[in-house]
Each structure stands twice: as C-alpha cells, then as structure tokens.
Design a protein around this ligand. Structure first.
Ligand SMILES: [Zn+2]
Ligand SMILES: [Zn+2]
Length: 274
C-alpha cells in the first residue's frame, strides 16, 4: 500500500535533517540527499568506500551521515559513477577532508579535471520542473586534478574485491555502474533511475518505478539504450540508482526488462528519437 504524502514528507524531512544512511544489506548503505543518492560500501566495522558525493555544499551532511556509520574512520577511496554536478559536487571537499583518492572511468577524466564541460541541460525534454531548470544546472568541469585517478581498465574497483564496474555510457561518455555478482546489487548512477528525475514533484514524493537516465543531461541515447540493455541482462536483484529510492525484487526486474525492450518509446524524449 502506498503511504500517504504527509507521512512520506515527514520521513523525508527527518532523514534530511539527521543525515543518517539507510542500510540495504549489512555492508551497503545509502544516503538520500535532496537531489541524488550517495552509497557507502562496507560494514560499519570494516574498511569502506564512498560512491558519489551529491551536490556542492553537501559535504557536511555527507560527512555526518558517514560518521554516524563509520565514526571518524575515513573511506579508502571515493568512486564517482560520473562527473555531473549532482554526483561529483562534494568530491573535492570530501577527498581533501579524508585525504583519499577519487576514481572515475578514464573516459570521464577530462570532465573532472577542468578540461571539458558537459553539454548544457536540455529543458526541452519535458517531464517537469527539474527539466525546465536544467538549462541553469552547472556543466563546468570539476577540478579534481591531483586527487582523481582513472579506474583500472579491467573492470576491477580498487579496495572492493567482490565488486566490479560495468561501463554504462550514454548519460555521459564515461559513466559506470557498480555491480556485485554474489548478491546481484547494482549501483546504477544515472544509467537508470527509480524516480522520474525530471519532475520536482517526484523528487520529493518518489513513485517507485524504473525509468531511463535523467533526460535533460543524457548525451548519447543510442549508448544509453545499449547500457540499459546490458543492465537488464544482469538481472539485478537490487538497484540503487543515483535518483530515487532503491528498488528490489521481481517488480523491479520486470519493469527493467520492459524498459530495456521499449527504451525508445519509454525513455527517449519524442523529439530526440532519431
Ligand atoms: Zn548525471
Ligand atoms: Zn544525476
């Protein structure tokens, strides 16, 4: 049963104020910031790694959520699914604070080292307020020179032996998702969403369904479709996307397959289907 909005709202406010991560399994937790999720991999008594860093100026909230779970023990590294402002925004502040390296896919390096800007957000893709605002979203490259390194090219992830990364380009050229085969958990970044990310209404009150990548910022729809098909073939048990509350189980798996099979009609804005 769908809970009513005021209940959801209260829960959202509570989590937002107290900045506490929610545990998915013993060694994976996520923390939902206003616009996007960050993920912590590692049990509280183990070494750990942070995936994504939300917006700029969120570092204090993120630190709080991490310290609630790990005390002052720093992560071994920060992994970015991609370099967009809502995923890499607090990377520099956090990496400086913890003195840890940041990793991205090599095809994303130029966008986080001040060399290349992303194309501007496209407000014409429709879907709601966030799309309309997206033209004003920052696209300037992050400056992580000196602290960022490319991920190994063999799909392995430093410090995470039982995880691998999967190349999921399309939303950005060097976009990756993280996957653990043993329990089929996928950390999808923006390769897939579990809320309609273009709408501010659904950002506040997410309806849980599987959607394509945030349209206003997706660069290459052909690759995005291939990436989504690749994800659907993995048949993940759990998806933690960059936007939306994590989803688990059969309904999600069914929706993911349906989206993969009908990607052009379901995910690509009408005037971009060429
Ligand atoms: Zn993105
Ligand atoms: Zn995003």
């Amino acid at each position: 049963m769908e809970r009513n909005y005021s209940e959801k709202w209260q829960e959202y406010e509570k989590n937002f104020d107290h900045a506490v991560a929610e545990e998915i399994v013993r060694d994976v937790a996520y923390y939902r910031t206003l616009l996007s999720n960050i993920v912590m991999i590692g049990a509280p008594d183990e070494e750990w790694v942070l995936v994504d860093t939300s917006l700029r100026r969120y570092h204090n909230r993120i630190l709080h959520a991490c310290e609630e779970r790990y005390g002052t023990k720093p992560p071994k590294a920060i992994i970015l699914t991609h370099g967009h402002f809502d995923h890499a925004g607090s990377a520099k502040k956090l990496a400086d604070h913890w003195q840890v390296p940041v990793y991205v896919h090599e095809n994303e390096m130029e966008y986080v080292t001040g060399q290349k800007a992303y194309p501007p957000g496209d407000p014409t893709v429709g879907g709601g307020l966030i799309s309309l605002l997206s033209a004003a979203f920052p696209t300037k490259p992050e400056h992580l020179e000196n602290i960022v390194k490319p991920l190994p090219s063999d799909g392995s992830i430093p410090f995470l032996e039982d995880w691998r990364y999967i190349k999921t380009p399309g939303h950005t050229l060097g976009h990756i998702s993280l996957y653990r085969d043993s329990d089929q958990i996928l950390i999808a970044g923006d390769a897939v969403s579990t809320e309609k990310p273009e709408s501010s209404w659904s950002v506040l009150f997410p309806f849980q369904h599987i959607y394509g990548p945030p349209a206003y910022f997706t660069e290459d729809w052909m690759s995005a479709e291939q990436s989504l098909k690749k994800i659907a073939e993995l048949n993940p048990e759990t998806i933690i996307a960059g936007h939306g509350i994590p989803m688990h189980g059969e309904t999600m798996q069914k929706e993911l397959k349906e989206l993969a099979a009908n990607f052009i009609e379901r995910a690509i804005p009408k005037h971009k289907r060429h």
